[in-house]
Design a protein around this ligand. Structure first.
Ligand code: 2BA
Length: 107
C-alpha cells in the first residue's frame, strides 16, 4: 500500500478532488502554503493499493495545470523585485510524494 501526498494549485484542487472521488479513491484535503511564494495550495492525502498509484498520478496530472506566476515584490527574499519587470516562476502541475505504508488501520 502507498500514501500519495500531492501538492496542487488551489485553482486545480476542486477538479483533482472530483476526479479522484469519481474514480473511487478516498481523499483527504489539507489547506497548505508554499514556502517560497507563501501563497495557498492544497495538499491531498490518498491511500491506495500499489497497483492503483499510476491511475491516481494520471488523474492528478490530467487536472493539474502548469502556470507562470510572479514572485511577490519583497526585496528581502526577492532581490529581483527591485526591477520594474516582475520575476516569475513556473508552478505545477503538481508535486507528488509516493510513500510506502508499513501498516494501515481503519478502525
Ligand atoms: P512554493 O514553495 O510556493 O513554490 C512555488 C514555485 O516556486 C515552485 O513551483 C518553483 O517553481 C519555485 N520555487 C520554489 N522554491 C524555489 C527556490 N528555492 N528557488 C527558486 N524557485 C523556487 P513547484 O516546484 O511546482 O512547487 C509548487 C509547490 O509545491 C511549492 O510551493 C511547495 O508548496 C510544494 N513543493 C514543491 N517541491 C517541494 C518539495 N521538494 N518539498 C515540499 N514541498 C514542495
Amino acid at each position: 500500500m502507498k500514501l500519495l501526498l500531492a501538492i496542487v494549485n488551489n485553482d486545480d484542487a476542486n477538479y483533482v478532488n472530483t476526479g479522484l472521488s469519481k474514480s473511487g479513491f478516498m481523499v483527504t484535503k489539507i489547506a497548505s502554503t508554499g514556502g517560497f511564494l507563501m501563497s495557498g495550495n492544497t495538499t491531498f492525502l490518498t491511500g491506495v493499493q500499489d497497483d492503483e498509484v499510476d491511475k491516481v498520478l494520471e488523474i492528478i496530472s490530467h487536472f493539474s495545470k502548469k502556470r507562470t506566476v510572479p514572485i511577490p515584490a519583497d526585496p528581502v527574499y526577492n532581490p529581483a523585485s527591485i526591477s520594474t519587470i516582475p520575476a516569475k516562476v513556473t508552478v505545477g502541475g503538481a508535486t507528488v510524494f509516493v510513500l510506502n505504508i508499513e501498516r494501515f488501520e481503519h478502525i
